[in-house]
Design a protein around this ligand. Sequence first.
Ligand code: KIV
Length: 274
Amino acid sequence: MTSKKLTLQDFSHSKNQQHKLSMLTCYDYTFAQILNQSDINILLVGDSGAMTQQGYPNTTHATIEMMCTMTQAVAAGAPDKFIVADMPFLTHKQGIEHATQCAAQLIRSGAHALKIEGLAGHEHIIKHLIESGLPVMGHLGLTPQSVHSQGYQVQGQEEHQAQLILDQALILQSIGCFSLVLECVPNTLAQDITQTLHIPTIGIGAGSEVDGQVLVLQDMLGMTTDFKPKFVRHFLEGFSLIHTACNTFHQAIQTHDYPSTQESYFTTEQTGTT
Ligand code: KIV
C-alpha cells in the first residue's frame, strides 16, 4: 500500500492484505506539515495533547475547545492524511445530544473519524454516532481518561479481565467501529483479539501481533524525558538534539558569531546599490 490518504475501506483492506498501519499523535500545524509528507498512515489528535502541549498531568484536562483547536491545526497542516480526533473526557457520557454536538465540532474542525475510550455506559452513544455517519475508532485496555479509577496499569492480565476486554471488542465491532486501539494489554490478549476481529487493531504497549501501532509523537521522537514505559522506543534523541541546538544558538550570540553579515540587512548606502 502507498502512503496515499487512507479511506475507511482501506482499513479493512489493510487487515486483509496484512499491511501494518502506522499512527502517530499530532497536535499542531508544524508537525502536521512534516507528517503530511511522511509515510505515516493516520494522525491521531489525541487528548494526550492536554499533557504534551499544555502540561496538564493527565488527559482529563482536555476540553472540546482544546481538541477542536488542535484538530483544526492538524487538518490545515496535513490535508493528505486520515485524521482521527479523541472525544475528550466525559463528552460521550452526558447523553446523545451532547456527544453529537461535540462530535460535530470535531468533524467540522477537520477530523475524519472519532476515537472513543471504553464502552460500558455509553455503548448506545457510540452506536448513535456511527448510525449518524460518523466513523468511530474504539479504545480498550488502558483507557487514560479513567486514570482516577484504573491508574496506568496493564489491563487484561487476569483471565476474567481479558475475557471482558475481548467481549467489549466484539461489541464495538458489532456496533460498527472501523478499528480499535488496544493500549497496555498482554501481547497474547492483543493477538487473540486481533485474530478474532475483522476490523484492524492498533496497539500501544500491546505487542507486535496487532494490525498496526501507535505512539505519542513526542515520546517516539525522544522529546519527553520524564516518561519512558517499556513500549516507547526513541526513534530520535529529540530532547538532546533540540537542547544542543538551543545552547549553540545562545553561544553564537555570546561570541557575536550570530547573526553574520549574510544574515543582516543593510542600507542602500552601506551596500552601494541605488
Ligand atoms: O491520546 C492519545 O495519545 C491516545 C494514544 C495513547 C492512543 O489515545
